[in-house]
Unconditional design. Structure first.
Ligand code: KG4
Ligand code: ZN
Length: 327
């Protein structure tokens, strides 16, 4: 819940434990948990903020991209809160939410800035020129960075989500122990690729065998992390080359990664650029970033939004928007 740029409450209900036994997110399990957890989360968000539903001005909700079942639960709940009160509803793009985490207090970052956004489902470079949106400058051609962290973590017998566990294990390892391919190094564009790195790890583990992997787990984790952070930072550096941007921000779950934050901080210092690093709680998915983005997004009036649909991919968004107009 936000009031202007101030966060009044930001309740996060993690389903990580439920998914850990499957080694990843199972969409059906996620939707069912959303169904059980959404109302209690709304209640505690109101309580923590010391606000009643009658004091709410508008309801923001993630419209996509993401897992459609979970999105639909969120969207239906938001409609159910907004409609009886005739409140406006603001559908928010998940990725713009990650960008908008940078607009929150303390020290909100004013556009323009370049944002490296890396999560479990997306990896992209966003040119942010105003509060309302972003321009896609480059993106992953295959796996997302977070997805690669999760898959490699699983390969090394770590829990889910893999990112934080892999980072902890890597602290004990040598980042130069294994030479891994630096994907897209010669590619002049701003796109990313993580599937080659992931596959390199799969072959490396196969060659080492179960005992070898067990012995070298920390070195494998550290080498993988260094290669992944290296690619993210190299592409960011390339995007900064033309000197168009004076400020840099990070977003998405992978932005919580310590070595990535350090590498980007070093890069920005070297080039004399301002850097905004949001706290870890605002990197991984959270409600405050969605409310933050909603402040700058168009709202839908009652009953216009009743037919509004969620979208699992960015390309489906237009049909969701059409549905809301045709009611
Ligand atoms: O943004 P997010 O919470 O959800 C999506 O929109 O996907 O990002 C989750 C991703 C997961 O893949 C998780 O492993 C990764 O962010 N992640 C990290 C770290 N913390 C979370 N990856 C690397 N290092 C971390 N410390
Ligand atoms: Zn996310």
């Amino acid at each position: 819940m936000v009031d202007g740029e101030e966060i009044l409450s930001n309740v996060i209900s993690s389903q990580d434990e439920a998914h850990a036994k499957f080694g990843g997110i199972v969409p059906e399990v996620a939707s069912r948990h959303h169904l059980e957890l959404t109302v209690p989360v709304v209640e505690s968000a109101l309580e923590e903020a010391g606000v009643s539903l009658d004091q709410i001005d508008s309801v923001a909700v993630t419209a996509g991209p993401g897992l459609i079942g979970a999105l639909l639960v969120g969207l239906s709940t938001a409609k159910a809160i907004a409609a009886p009160r005739r409140l406006p509803l603001v559908p928010v793009d998940h990725l713009q939410g990650h960008v908008a985490a940078n607009f929150l207090a303390p020290e909100p970052l004013e556009p323009p800035f370049l944002c490296l956004l890396a999560s479990g489902g997306h990896t992209l470079l966003a040119g942010v020129r105003d509060h309302a949106g972003h321009e896609l400058l480059g993106q992953t051609l295959d796996d997302a960075a977070g997805e690669a962290f999760d898959k490699v973590a699983r390969l090394l017998g770590l829990g889910f989500p893999g990112g934080p566990a892999l980072q902890r294990l890597a602290e004990e390892g040598d980042p130069e122990a294994f030479e891994l391919p630096v994907a897209m190094a010669r590619d002049p564009g701003l796109d990313f690729s993580f599937s080659g790195l992931k596959t390199a790890l799969v072959y490396l583990c196969r060659d080492l065998g179960p005992e070898g992997v067990a012995e070298r787990r920390a070195d494998l984790a550290a080498s993988f992390q260094a290669a992944a952070v290296g690619q993210l930072t190299a592409k960011l550096a390339r995007a900064l080359k033309r000197g168009e941007w004076e400020a840099v921000a990070l977003g998405g779950g992978v932005a919580a990664n310590g070595p990535l934050r350090e590498a980007v901080a070093a890069l920005c210092e070297e080039r004399g650029l301002r850097l905004k690093l949001v706290p870890l709680r605002l990197c991984t998915d959270n409600a405050a970033m969605i409310a933050s983005a909603a402040r700058f997004a168009p709202s839908l009036a009652y009953p216009e939004y009743l037919a509004y649909d969620a979208f699992s991919r960015s390309t489906e968004r237009r049909s969701a928007e059409r549905a809301s107009v045709h009611i």
